[in-house]
Design a protein around this ligand. Structure first.
Ligand SMILES: Cc1cc2nc3c(=O)[nH]c(=O)nc-3n(C[C@H](O)[C@H](O)[C@H](O)COP(=O)(O)OP(=O)(O)OC[C@H]3O[C@@H](n4cnc5c(N)ncnc54)[C@H](O)[C@@H]3O)c2cc1C
Length: 342
């Protein structure tokens, strides 16, 4: 069966990761149908290889060549699949660009995903870390997804509870890791749309544009403008967005830190825990704008690590470890990376 699959060997992944680091895959398969996954599973040689499911490569750090099979999701398709009193249901294939999908929903007159405009990557990867921005996470709009289970060879539908979404977290980083390939995702977009304006950045941008009663489209345009100003474009300077999660601590830990650092940036969470701004912690340790070899910390945002040109994945990983050690020494807080290290 394998001979009919368009597999390429010793394939460069440099153009398939937004850090732009050089690393190669032993084998690489652009996946355009579920049948191709079935064919991989039924080929003993291919099925035995380590697997990496790849979307846009905007949340991975390749620290070495990948010794297995890369399944690059290139499936396409977006559709409105139904509606009830509460919501309109829209489905997109895993290989679609997330941002193009958001723009497509808005062009259909459907609000709900506008705060998540311009997040790089694919639709299929969005549930893996429950992507979020400006007060919304995909779990807030998620309905269901279909996956291919490499262990059983079956296609399975998971609802929201089964995905166990958390802060940049889901079942796909735990029980279903290295096993599930997300095939498509269905979202429930609310019939009674309300703008979500809890982030001051967004309200300020809208005010600057003279908009007091924004449409979903207006919010998307505002979010795109803010993100374009704040974040480096991976096409120009390699990066994976926020490199660390905001650490979650108890109120006791927060209060102890506040006694020593009255300026500590922190956000109380509905469950009683407290999120600290990882970017602030890194900035306080003096890392903003620093360079280590060809890796560096972005000048405008200490949370973003960048490839200044020709950095290897392990150089970026070393910089990340140095930052973690420094933040731990100063604040006794462990920073957890957002991208997957490979
Ligand atoms: C400039 C910039 C800004 C960013 N801003 C944000 C932000 O605001 N919020 C946010 O949450 N993230 C943000 N990110 C991170 C990133 O865009 C998201 O995590 C995105 O969902 C990754 O999609 P991807 O297709 O590139 O995934 P990849 O990097 O290709 O893969 C990431 C992980 O998902 C797995 N995966 C990918 N596709 C599938 C699939 N179909 N089935 C099973 N597993 C799969 C991979 O194996 C890997 O473990 C940003 C990144 C950049 C570069």
């Amino acid at each position: 069966m394998a001979h009919s699959l368009p597999i390429q060997y010793d394939f460069s992944l440099r153009k398939h990761n937004t850090f732009g680091v050089e690393a190669s895959a032993h084998a690489y398969l652009p996946v355009t149908s579920t049948d191709m996954l079935v064919a991989v599973k039924s080929d003993a040689t291919l099925a035995a290889l380590p697997r990496l499911v790849l979307g846009g490569g905007s949340n991975i750090l390749l620290t070495r060549d990948f010794p297995g099979l890369v399944l690059h999701m290139e499936t396409r398709g977006m559709a409105i699949i139904g509606a009830d009193e509460e919501a309109t249901y829209v489905r997109a294939a895993a290989g679609e660009s997330w941002h193009q999908f958001v723009l497509w929903t808005l062009a259909q007159g459907l609000g709900g995903l506008e705060n998540l405009s311009l997040i790089p990557g694919s639709v299929g990867a969005a549930p893996i870390q429950n992507i979020g921005a400006y007060g919304i996470e995909i779990k807030d709009r998620f309905h269901a997804l279909t996956l291919f289970d490499f262990e059983t060879g079956e296609q399975v539908t998971l609802d929201k509870d089964a995905c166990m979404f958390g802060y940049r977290d889901s079942v796909f980083k735990h029980r279903l890791r290295d096993r599930a390939v997300v095939l498509d995702v269905t979202f429930a977009l609310p019939k009674k749309w309300q703008p979500d304006l809890r982030y001051a950045d967004v309200t300020q941008e809208l005010a600057a544009r003279g908009i007091s009663e924004p449409t979903a489209q207006d919010i998307s345009v505002a979010v795109i403008a803010i993100r374009t100003r704040k974040l480096p474009d991976p096409a120009v300077i390699g990066n994976a967005g926020s490199f660390f999660k905001n650490p979650v601590v108890t109120t006791v830990q927060r209060d102890a830190l506040l006694a020593r650092y009255p300026q500590l940036v922190n956000y109380a969470q509905p469950d009683g825990s407290v999120k600290l701004a990882a970017g602030w912690l890194i900035d306080q340790c003096g890392w903003k704008g620093k360079t280590a070899g060809a890796a560096g910390v972005y000048e405008k945002q200490a949370l973003v690590l960048v490839n200044r040109g020709g950095a290897s994945g392990s150089e970026i990983a070393q910089l990340a470890h140095a930052i973690q050690a420094d933040v731990s020494k100063h604040f006794d807080v462990l920073l957890e990376p957002e991208p997957i290290f490979l």
